[in-house]
Design a protein around this ligand. Structure first.
Ligand code: ADP
Ligand code: ZN
Length: 736
């Protein structure tokens, strides 16, 4: 790991080194830094954010290191200005270096993850706070009363927050201002609610939870440690790590909570607010630019004490981070697959280690990597083996579909139908799980068998009947359903093959006439607000049957959900990627974990053609550890991660010939050491993606080999034409 020497404050004493020339790293996909002169009198530290000339424009950059070979004065350009912003900490700069080294991305493109996008390099402008005057409004409507009450309790709230808390429109508030009943005042940005935490809903932890919470709290303030919080679904993992968060906030340190899905943040935020009486900052793609700008600045200035977000929140410039929590740590969406290809869970552990703070990884189905780290005693383990309160784990049953015939166009077995009918009669809720968006995964011509494919990708187009469209789930291409087959010209000959959630909803509507049915898929709820509304309708029992893709598996708490049907339990097992079994197990276990989370026991029906498969057996018997043990053994025997290392090279470009040639050149120049295995080149399973041809190579090494060094050498030795792109994916999760 790079050594950045003394801390920023110590360097301030050592100003001499930074008064002449410095290297500045620019957030552009380049690894080299540029030398700039420091104008006399400008206070420059490592990590200072500055504006510098570059070519014929000016760009922002970060002071990275002292110049090694001072340039002659003549050719030297000077820093134009230093922003009024705290410098990027040593810790963050070390993280940039680590990620760059590990993923083989340029330093500048890693810096982009911190610096590009909505950030605020100048101090935040004053904001407008609202407070009550001594004028009483007339008429004093209930909405107006609520506004005044909220403001009496918490003066100087901002408009959006006031309107949220008073549950009224901003127009009502503005009219109160016009009537003189509310006064506005310009106020500087203050600290968030931590200083005034009132633990409103007092939670009494069970004995089991207390032990786990104490164990995690004991790691606080003790330097770096990683602890797996391994608790069955509904065991109260969130409540347990909230204890550690409470203690961290009380020590005036910052907390970062990473969640895999932005749809999950809404329910999480509500729980947090109920417990701590204030709302943490959210950070993900659904947050507006303006709010992000402010959040970034509040984080670096230390006013924000807690952030909950998607993987990109990991690169926020915390100034006094005290704890990281990764919720649902097994989730593969922590792996970023474009731009800098990194795994946010693993990188979070690295950040914790650089910052010398504890990290908690929470899951009911921990990843195999994490499980092995626990076995090796690199990570601690806190366990919650039972559900909270009287809730018990659901009964899981496999239905053998080989002996359960379905009619054409039917996917819900009679057993499952009967169970759901009983569920609705008891005023409880059901869930059908099918990991396929849209109406049908394949559309083909009945006359000639022609399949509708994406013109840009080697994949079928998926029919989305609700939007009457065909869509590519890889590149976003969409078109209307053609009336004539392009291959045989037959008219109206297209037939939908196989089910997606929309088609399942159609079947369910026919089967359960009066039931209220809704679909939950990433494309039908693309904003946290939409997700929030749906989750709310579900918890308020305005939905009887929810039909969803993998997004329903993640962390939701639906107290009245008692029956779950898994339509195609075998779906994830095809494809043969190294984590197929592990992931299918995790997914099905998590789906099943949504059932029976309150007083009523849950029942899960898995429709499978392989009831004897170890996964189905493990799910039905609840023997997770035995299953994971077997998976671990098979990885160990095959030297697969985490026992060996993998990296993929993905060669892509518009010209198939060039791509094939380049991939071949990589094969010819492949490292030849005995313990290194190279697979490929071969056309990728997605041989065409967004109009680009793709070939893949895979390199496998033992664990103790520095795979990055080998990759670097390999990449240096192969000439790549400018029209061809080579991407390196270290620890790949996708093999498509
Ligand atoms: P997990 O994250 O392990 O799936 P949760 O933290 O969501 O479990 O807890 C499941 C439910 O049980 C939640 O509604 C939570 O508020 C409730 N719960 C857990 N522990 C307690 C407790 N000690 N007292 C009251 N309610 C609890
Ligand atoms: Zn496509």
């Amino acid at each position: 790991m790079a050594d950045f020497g003394a801390s920023a404050s110590a360097l301030e004493l050592n100003m001499k080194a930074l008064t002449t020339q410095v290297k500045v790293l620019i957030p552009l996909p380049i690894s080299s830094t540029y030398d700039y002169g420091v104008p006399p009198g400008l206070q420059i530290l490592y990590g200072s954010i500055v504006r510098v000339p570059l070519g014929n424009r000016t760009v922002n950059g970060v002071v990275w290191a002292p110049s090694s070979k001072p340039l002659p004065k003549k050719s030297l350009k000077f820093i134009i200005e230093k922003y009024e912003c705290p410098p990027l900490s040593n810790e963050l700069r070390q993280l940039v270096r680590w990620v760059s080294d590990y993923t083989l991305s340029s330093l500048g493109s890693v810096l982009q993850m911190i610096m590009r996008g909505p950030i605020s390099l100048n101090p935040l402008p004053l904001k407008t706070g609202y407070q009550v005057s001594n004028v009483l409004p007339n008429p004093l409507t209930p909405a107006r009363q609520r506004v005044l009450k909220v403001l009496r309790e918490t003066p100087l709230l901002e408009l959006a927050e006031l309107s949220r808390r008073a549950e009224t429109s901003t127009a009502v508030i503005k009219r109160l201002v016009a009537a003189g009943a509310i006064l506005t005042q310009k106020i500087p940005e203050g600290p968030d609610g931590t200083s005034a935490i009132q633990e409103s809903s007092q939670i009494f932890l069970s004995d089991q939870q207390t032990v786990a919470a104490e164990q995690i709290k004991a790691t606080l303030g003790q330097g770096f440690s990683a602890t797996l919080l391994d608790g069955v679904t509904g065991s109260g993992k969130t409540e347990v790590y909230f204890e550690a968060i409470a203690q961290t906030l009380a020590s005036k340190l910052q907390v970062l909570v990473l969640v895999p899905e932005i749809a999950l943040t809404a329910q999480w935020l509500e729980r947090f607010e109920r417990r701590f009486s204030f709302r943490p900052i959210e950070w993900h793609s659904g947050v507006s630019k303006r709010i992000k700008q402010r959040a970034w600045r509040n984080v670096i200035d230390g006013r924000t004490s807690i952030v909950v977000g998607a993987r990109s929140a990991l690169f926020l410039p915390f100034s006094k981070l005290g704890l990281i929590v990764v919720d649902e740590e097994h989730d593969s969406s922590f792996k970023q697959t474009d731009g800098v290809i990194y795994n946010a869970r693993d990188t979070a552990v690295v950040r914790a280690s650089i910052a010398n703070i504890p990290i908690v990884l929470s899951s009911a189905t921990p990843s195999l990597e994490t499980t092995v780290n626990v076995e090796r005693h690199r990570y601690g383990l806190a366990r919650l083996p039972a559900r909270h309160g009287s809730a018990v784990l659901p009964v899981i049953e496999a239905i053998d579909m080989r002996t359960t015939p379905l009619k054409r166009g039917q996917w819900i077995s009679d057993d499952l139908v009967n169970r759901l009918v009983k569920t609705f009669e008891a005023s409880e809720q059901g869930l059908l799980f099918l990991n396929r968006r849209g109406y049908a995964p394949l559309t083909l011509c009945r006359a000639c068998g022609h399949r509708l494919e994406c013109p840009n990708c080697s994949t079928w187009l998926v029919e989305h009947r609700l939007e009457s469209q065909l869509r590519c789930h890889y590149c976003g291409y969409s078109s209307d359903l053609p009336t004539n087959c392009s291959s045989c010209c037959a008219e109206d000959s297209f037939a939908a093959c196989g089910p997606g959630v929309e088609r399942l909803a159609e079947e369910a509507t026919k089967l359960f006439g009066g039931a209220k049915i809704d679909i939950m898929a990433s494309d039908t709820m693309n904003s946290p607000q939409a997700a929030h509304k749906l989750v709310e309708r579900m918890t308020e029992r305005k939905i009887d049957l929810l039909i969803g893709t993998q997004i329903v598996a993640k962390g939701h708490h639906f107290p009245y959900l008692t029956t779950i049907g898994v339509i195609d339990a075998d779906l994830g097992l095809s494809g043969g990627d190294l984590r197929a079994a592990e992931r299918t197990y995790q997914l099905l276990h998590q789906v099943a974990g949504r059932a029976g989370r309150a007083e009523k026991p849950g029942h899960v029906v898995m429709q499978t053609y392989m009831p004897e498969h170890p996964i189905m057996k493990a799910l039905a018997s609840g023997d997770r550890d035995n299953f994971m043990q077997r998976e671990t053994e098979s990885r160990r025997v095959q030297n697969m991660p985490p026992f060996g290392r993998l990296a993929a090279l993905i060669v892509s470009g518009s010209s198939e010939v060039r791509v094939t040639e380049t991939a071949q050149r990589f094969a010819t120049n492949a490292p030849r050491e005995k313990n290194i295995k190279i697979f490929g080149p071969a056309p990728a399973p997605l041989a065409l993606l967004r109009g680009k041809h793709r070939h893949r190579l895979l390199i496998k090494t033992p664990r103790d080999v520095n795979i990055q060094a080998i990759l670097r050498l390999w990449l240096e030795n192969v000439r790549v034409p400018s029209t061809v792109k080579v991407r390196v994916d270290v620890d790949p999760y996708s093999f498509l």
